[in-house]
Design a protein around this ligand. Structure first.
Ligand SMILES: [Zn+2]
Length: 345
């Protein structure tokens, strides 16, 4: 009990320092979060994750080609007048120039972005994709989170929670389980830089929006409109869906329906929609070879502490493709929480 009080006190102090720091960067409670803040935070987190990035030129070249097609499609869409509410709040040019798509060695079925110039595509997700279309749909969805500035929204929500923690007089006392965890995660500091992302997934609204923007980039990028929902369809078949309509993430079956509706609308409204179609970058056989290659390379990566730390962070990140956490994710989040408790005080 005494120990817990001391930890709470330390947390309180950290919160004060953090709020003070945020005020200095102009990103305090209630304000919009600047791109520079999100990008700097994403770059910090990347230092910890970099060790899990596959260094294979063949795979990296392939993933980069998919990413490039998605980003160019987004740029083309914006030129043609497609945008979101706050796209030009700040110059979005960096989104179309600097984003890196990393294939990362991880047994967790997920993809994630920290909102700056880094997108993480997990090897388990790549190995699970039946076709290039499925994989490209996920890549487009992740880029759409950057395009929609969704990490900015998540940070704003976190600041609001931190603000209420401060207003409550002592960090965490007035907060419930999830919020309390979020505050703890956010105060991860330098030891586990990426920890601040762990407690804060994208909202349901942002996930829906990422599917909406992602679909647009995917079809303008040349892939088959009718295949956009395939990855979610596959996940439903494998039992990943939730029946809880109030779950924090959209139901997979609903995401499939939305994809079907968007594909039908896209084709109905554009008699010339075929002009966007391009052949896939690789055929089914080559895609299967690349998947095997990624699987083998993931297994043969030399294990060490820094790889372990990188993979722990990747496993702990919120789900972007599944509505509920997988056991590996829950376990990793617990471990991150334990590590935060152990930070020297
Ligand atoms: Zn997502």
């Amino acid at each position: 009990m005494k120990h817990e009080t001391r930890n709470d006190w330390v947390m309180w102090m950290r919160a004060m320092l953090l709020i003070f720091g945020l005020a200095l960067t102009g990103a305090g409670v209630g304000c919009t979060v600047d791109d520079s803040v999100v990008r700097a935070q994403a770059n910090d987190a990347h230092k910890q994750i970099d060790r899990a990035v596959l260094t294979d030129p063949v795979l990296n070249d392939y993933v980069a080609q998919i990413g490039r097609r998605v980003v160019m499609a987004a740029r083309e869409a914006v030129k043609a007048g497609y945008e979101q509410d706050n796209l030009f709040r700040e110059d979005p040019q960096w989104m179309f120039e600097d984003v890196k798509f990393h294939l990362v060695a991880s047994d967790t079925l997920n993809a994630f972005t920290t909102g700056g110039q880094h997108v993480y595509l997990y090897t388990e997700l790549f190995a699970t994709s039946a076709t290039e279309d499925e994989f490209a749909a996920v890549v487009a969805h992740e880029f759409a989170h950057i395009f929609g500035r969704h990490v900015h929204n998540g940070m704003r929500r976190q600041y609001a929670i931190l603000g209420s923690a401060l207003a409550a007089g002592a960090a965490g006392y007035a907060l419930g389980g999830d919020d309390r965890e979020q505050v703890a995660m956010m105060l991860a500091g330098g030891t586990l830089v990426g920890g601040q992302f762990v407690g804060a997934g994208f909202s349901r609204k942002d996930e829906d929006q990422a599917d909406k923007f992602g679909f647009r980039f995917y079809v303008i990028g040349g892939w088959d409109p009718d295949r956009f929902g395939d990855f979610f369809r596959q996940m439903v078949a494998k039992g990943y869906d939730t029946s809880d309509p109030m779950a924090s993430h959209p139901q997979l079956s609903q995401r499939v329906k939305n994809a079907e509706r968007r594909a039908a609308e896209w084709k109905n409204e554009r008699p010339d929609w075929q002009r966007h179609r391009q052949p896939n970058i690789v055929g089914p056989q080559r895609f299967a070879e690349l998947r095997d290659r990624a699987r083998k390379l993931t297994r043969s990566m030399p294990k060490d502490k820094s790889l372990e730390a990188a993979q722990l962070m990747l496993a702990a990140f919120p789900s972007c493709v599944a509505p509920t956490a997988q056991p590996s994710q829950t376990k990793a989040r617990k471990r991150v929480a334990e590590l935060l408790q152990d930070i020297p005080q």
